[in-house]
Every structure is written in C-alpha cells, then in structure tokens.
Write a protein that binds this ligand. Sequence first.
Ligand SMILES: Cc1cc2nc3c(=O)[nH]c(=O)nc-3n(C[C@H](O)[C@H](O)[C@H](O)COP(=O)(O)OP(=O)(O)OC[C@H]3O[C@@H](n4cnc5c(N)ncnc54)[C@H](O)[C@@H]3O)c2cc1C
Length: 493
Amino acid sequence: MDKKYIKKMLSEMDKDLSKHGINRREMMKLAGITGAGMFMGATGLNAAEEEKVVKNNAKGKIVIVGGGLAGMSTAARLTLHLDNPDITVIEPQENSVSYQPGQTLVAGGVWDKDEVIFKRDDFVPDGVKVIKEKAIIFTPQENKIVTDKGTEVTYDYLILAMGLHLDFERIKGLEEAGRAMSAGKNERLLKALGDDGICSIYTAEGAEKTWEQMQKYIEKAKAASPDKKIKFVFTHPSTPVKCGGAPKKIMYLANARLKEAGARENAELTFYPNGGAMFGVPEYHDAITEQFKREGFKWHYRHNLVEVDTEKKIAVFDAKWQEKGPWDPVMKNYEVIPKHEKVRVPYDFLHITPPQLAPREIAESDLGSAKGWVPVNKETLQHIRYENVFSLGDVAQVPMGKTGGSARKQYKVVVDNLIAVMNGKKPEAKYAGYTVCPLITDIGTVMLAEFDWTVKPTPLVPLDPTVERWMWWLMKVYALKPMTMYGMLAGRA
Ligand SMILES: Cc1cc2nc3c(=O)[nH]c(=O)nc-3n(C[C@H](O)[C@H](O)[C@H](O)COP(=O)(O)OP(=O)(O)OC[C@H]3O[C@@H](n4cnc5c(N)ncnc54)[C@H](O)[C@@H]3O)c2cc1C
C-alpha cells in the first residue's frame, strides 16, 4: 500500500469522523491509542504515563510458561515495574510472538504471510532468560516444572500463558492432522488438510494456504453458473475458540473476493455454527444477521462438524434440535426432548475452525480444571488453589476472554496483582471482562464489536458499534499490529 493510498484512506476516515463531530486525534485517544501509535507504530504509552511507573523492589523468581503474546507482554511489563526482576520464560517455538490476528488478512489476500511472522528472540525483554523447551510436568505443590528435555525449573511465582491447542484430530477423517498450535511447526496438519479445498486460518501457514485454495475455488466459481453453484462451507465448533469472530471473518472475505471477481452469483456461502446465535451479544447478533441477509449468505445453527469425507468432499455435522415431549403434570410444562442426527453436506471449499482446548500438559496437571483450562478468579486472574500462580490469555478459564484484546487488558492486571502478592498484599487489580472483535465484513469495512461480561456493547469510541466502518478497517490493517508488536510486547500499550 503506497502513501497516496494511505492518504486517501485517512481522508475518508476523517470525513466519517467529522460526521460525528470528532477528529482523528480524539478518536485515537478514546480508543486508547496515541495518534502516532495509529500510523507510526508507536507504543500507545505517552510520556506522561511512562513517567508514572514507579519501580517496585519486590523479590522472587518468576517463571512464565508460554512466550506468546500474553506471556511475553507480561514479561516485558514486569521488567518495567520491578527494579531487579528475576524472570524466566519457557517457550519452545521460535515464532511464538507471531501476529495471529493478521492471519485472517493473510487468508483474504490482504497481507503476505511474512507480515505476520515474528521471531521470539527479537522480542525477549532485556534481562529475561528464555528456556527454549516445552514444559511437560507441573508439580505446583513443590513449585517445580520439568521440561521435555529434562530441565528442572523451580519458581516462587508462576504465570501460565500457554495459549490453546487446535484439536483437528477430533474430527473423523482428519485424525492424521493431530493437535496443532497457531505458532507451531504444522507440516502434519497441512498434509492432512490436503490440497482439495479444505483449509483453516488458525495457523499462519494454514492462512497462506487458505488464500491459495480460495483463489482456486473463485476461479471455479467464475467458470460455474448460477444453477450449478460452487459450495463454500464455513464451520464454528462446539468448544470455546480464540477470536470468536474469525470463523465469520473468513466467510466475509471469501464473499468480498468472489464479488471482486464477478463470480458471486455462481457461489453459495453457508455458515454452520454449533451455537444458536451469531454472537453472544444480542445487538451484534442482530447486526450480523442483517449483514448475512444483505450478502445472501445461508446459515444453519446447532451444527457441529464431526467428520470430513475428503474423498467424496462431504462435511458431516452433528445437528441438534429440540422437540416438544409429553405434558409434565409436576412441572406443569411440556418436557423438552433433545434430538440430534448426522447431516451430510457436500462442499467444494471447506473452511474449518477447529475444536480448541487447553494444552494437555496443563489439563492433566493439578493446575488445570476438569475442562482443562487454568481455573482463576476471573477478576484478579489468580489461580483458585495456588496463590503464587496467575494465568492469562487463551489458556485462562475466563468467560469470553480468548482474544489478544482481552490479553491486552489482562496482562496489566496480572502484573499489578503479582507484585502485590510478592509484597505480601492482597491482589486488588481487576479484569472487567473487556474483549474486542474487529469483525471484518468486507475489504474495507469492519464492525468493531467490543463487549464485556455485561453482555452489552461497550464501545470505547462513542459511535454506534453495530455499524460497519472504514475507519475500523484502517485500524485493523494499519494500527493494531504495530500497537501489539511494539506497544503491548514492550509492556506498554
Ligand atoms: C485466525 C486468528 C484470528 C484472530 N483474530 C484476532 C483479532 O482480530 N483480535 C484479537 O484480539 N485477537 C485475535 N486472535 C486471538 C489472539 O491471537 C489470541 O487470543 C492471542 O494470541 C492469545 O495469546 P496467548 O499468549 O494466550 O496465546 P499464544 O499467543 O498462542 O501463545 C501461547 C504460547 O504458549 C506456548 N506453549 C504452549 N504450551 C507450552 C508448554 N507446554 N511449554 C512452554 N510453552 C508452551 C506456545 O508455544 C505459544 O507460543 C486471533 C487468533 C487467530 C488464530
């Protein structure tokens, strides 16, 4: 994108803002991003805020397991807040800090894969030690961890930021894919997905492949006809997922590219979510439903992908519904009978959002909950059983919290509360459940869905949050990456 293009976009953005009586600088301030940060990759922390940091002399050995976005940002912020920090990060992946939110843009042909890959070693804060191994045994009763290479690591304080696993192997027909991680080496996954229309944006390589497959099937749509449409199928599983909007964003991008190619009327786009709504917040659900109608998408709720017949190109869903049963004279109501059946759906292009779960090592340790995630107090982010343990990011058992936007709020809470505990005080900082999903609805428009545990829209900028805007597209494409990579990962934004 050249300067002329950016200038044009900025002027469009200014026009949009002026209709609402605010200018760009005010908008950035409200959004918590400095004007410079928006387009020049600054940190998002202004000088005044930086001066306020008073270093604390709390002592203790801190170990952070997982050096992805949440873990490395926490390490960075701790180095800013402690005068003599002793911090070790355990992280095996060399590209652990890669920019996952950008994978959607890679899959839509907006960015190249190289624009989202970042090396862990370039983001290790000064003074922080990194063990490039995988933690496999946790003994919290003895404050001890053992890695896959047999290294024993002890700690006074532990922060768990291990993200989540992509459980492709749970889908019959894709067992060979195994479990993957967004930042892992994913040859096995790519091989299992093959080259015949199945793809997933949940890894960087997968995002690149999604773009390849999308182009291939857009070409087929160009050669098809309205009565013999090419079938684009998109899934959303029954587990929590990181970035709940991503399964739909990729559908909107495929739609945009089909329109651009003049092939939209020869394609059918259908969304199969496991849930019974487009979004947990009713206002966003209504807005998305209207967008789906406008774009001519089809959708079928309560469909969970359980099997893929890659030979015949059939996706098999477990479809659920309820039927009215006999009258219950005690409850004075009709019984509800849950039903389900397998539904076979032919596809040409299939985008899979895989089931997602906590890493096995943590799920099977005393630090995991029955569901695998790390059970923490949802406000203080302190472990419910071990006072010297905190958790944040995708692995933490926090409602609606699996986005970089949530991690951005959580890591400051963890740092404040950890330092309080190190000083023998109670953790008092609170995470309020804020999260954000920049829902790409077209090339050039985003609906910025911000919300928290109130399940109400919580827009930081006082504009109707259900409206798709060009300026949020600008923020998504130009501002959020520098803010994340050079602000958050520096412990500041
Ligand atoms: C396609 C896609 C689109 C997204 N879009 C958005 C968006 O628009 N907005 C947004 O806010 N968020 C978005 N996200 C979500 C966001 O990227 C994640 O929520 C965020 O990266 C979570 O950070 P994390 O540190 O918890 O996990 P990760 O960044 O995944 O890091 C976890 C790290 O832990 C390491 N680890 C795991 N197990 C072990 C172990 N046993 N020992 C040592 N280390 C271990 C892993 O190697 C990994 O590096 C998106 C994600 C994807 C995949």
